[in-house]
Design a protein around this ligand. Structure first.
Ligand code: XUL
Ligand code: CO
Length: 457
């Protein structure tokens, strides 16, 4: 065998010809903090300094970065109009276990060089689906044995795992909300295994994203039956989680549309209402993805603020979309104003743990260089580091909080204090107005608030 084919085979098998572990990203070392780096030096952090303490905690502890497996290691640049554009040198294009294991080794080299402390995956990202549930689960067992070993070796931890309940044709009419009980049972069996894997790998959370849980036509759909089946499905998951002693936080990820025309988990408030209605609010929190929030017609940070307000912000799929488009583009977050507003909410609730900032983001299908995988993550981490620095200063100096406090100061005494406490009556309000007359106009000062924000960004 020639030297070249020997080393190709070695690269594919995950071992170098001399027996030591192969390097899949040769020429790219550990990404370092280089604050003075020039504009085109993009394989270094200019703002993210993991151990630096900001407002009492290290940047690493505030940000809890995670890389996702599905986009970064399974994404091939396929779109409805075109074939894959992304071909990775380690991937032989098969669904074999060998290929799956090699890919996993690549991923852990990537996480380690990048310096993220967490990763996330769907069951079907990491292990091929077999002909039966038993075979599929055996594949998962074997792959997660290797994942456990690589996690121990590198110190990279599992932020969350999840089940893909949307890609297989069996789920075309939904999973937990499928009109066929057989399919609902299949999905439950899949989640049972997912929770077991979460326990095995010490996942800090477990995510439910309702891939095809929604409707395309109301004519063929009994929405109340589907919602109550979904609630019972979640109750089964809560019970099983307790039964096996899995300590991860359960999270639901809202999305308004795509793939179904209307998704039941429309946005944070819809999910919170659903959880409270069905008595599930103590067992779940929300995994907010700002790209989804924008698809629901809200501003980037809206769902983060709403979920946090209800004490239910559990984790963040830190990505962005193109606001001029109406679909889910899963781009890397690169706007400092956005990351500042997210980190403001995170600081105000005193951190995001056990959640984190998971990059549910993919390089564009035209970004075909291997190093684009790094540049995208490094750029997004730096953007969040800048957001953290801006938000920390904004919160610590307190100018904006004082303005907001002042805006609501009429609730501190008199009739306002009674309304705030919930002890005021309609008659008292009427007497107050009879005595005080017409309220004076008070400016909302939005532009002043925007100037204050820009002072920090
Ligand atoms: C889909 C999406 C998912 C979830 C996990 O839009 O965001 O990748 O994050 O299933
Ligand atoms: Co997501």
């Amino acid at each position: 065998m020639s030297q070249e084919s020997k080393s190709k085979r070695a690269r594919l098998s995950g071992d170098s010809p001399n027996g030591s572990a192969a390097e899949f990203f040769p020429g790219i070392g550990k990404i370092e903090y280089k604050p003075g780096a020039g504009p085109t030096e993009v394989l270094c952090f200019k703002h993210y300094n993991a151990k630096e303490v900001i407002n009492g905690h290290s940047m690493e502890a505030w940000l809890r970065f995670s890389a996702c497996y599905w986009h970064t290691f399974r994404g091939v640049g396929l779109d409805p109009f075109g074939m894959p554009t992304i071909k990775r040198p380690w991937d032989d294009g098969t669904e074999s276990m060998d290929n799956a294991k090699r890919r996993l080794r690549v991923a852990f080299e990537f996480f380690s060089k990048l310096g993220v402390k967490y990763w996330t995956f769907h069951d079907r990202d990491v292990a091929p689906e077999g002909a039966t549930l038993e075979e599929t689960n055996r594949n998962l067992d074997e792959i997660t044995d290797l994942a456990k070993e690589l996690m121990a070796k590198t110190g990279v931890k599992l932020l969350w795992n999840t089940c893909n309940l949307f890609a297989n044709p069996r789920y075309m009419n939904g999973a937990a909300t499928n009109p066929d009980a057989h399919v609902v049972a299949y999905a439950a069996a899949q989640v049972k295994k997912g929770l077991e894997i979460g326990k095995k790998l010490d996942a800090e959370n477990f995510v439910f994203w309702g891939g095809r849980e929604g409707y395309n036509s109301l004519l063929n759909t009994d929405v109340m039956a589907e919602l109550s089946h979904a609630a019972n499905f979640f109750k089964m998951a809560v019970d099983y989680k307790k039964q096996i002693g899995f300590g991860g936080q359960l999270l639901i990820e809202p999305k308004p549309k795509e793939p179904t025309r209307h998704q039941y988990d429309y946005d944070a408030m819809t999910v919170i209402g659903f959880l409270k209605h069905f008595g599930l609010a103590d067992d779940f929190k929300i995994n907010v993805e700002p790209n989804h929030t924008m698809l629901a017609g809200h501003s980037y940070e809206h769902d983060i603020v709403m979920a946090s307000g209800f004490g239910m912000l559990g984790s963040i799929d830190s990505n962005t979309g193109s606001p001029d488009l109406g679909w889910d583009t899963d781009q890397f977050p690169m706007d400092v104003r956005d990351t500042t507003l997210v980190m403001k909410a995170v600081i105000e609730q005193n951190g995001i743990a056990p959640g984190g900032l998971n990059f549910d983001a993919k390089v564009r299908r035209e970004s075909t260089n291997l190093k684009d995988m790094f540049i995208s993550h490094v750029g997004a981490m730096d953007c969040f580091a800048r957001g953290l620095r801006c938000a920390a200063k904004l919160v610590a100096e307190g100018a904006m909080a004082k303005m907001v406090q002042n805006r609501y100061s009429s609730f501190n005494e008199g009739i306002g204090a009674k309304i705030a406490k919930g002890t005021a009556t309609m008659e008292e309000c009427e007497n107050y107005v009879k005595k005080m007359g017409e309220p004076k106009q008070i400016s909302g000062e939005q532009e002043k608030y925007e100037c204050v924000l820009n002072h920090y960004v």
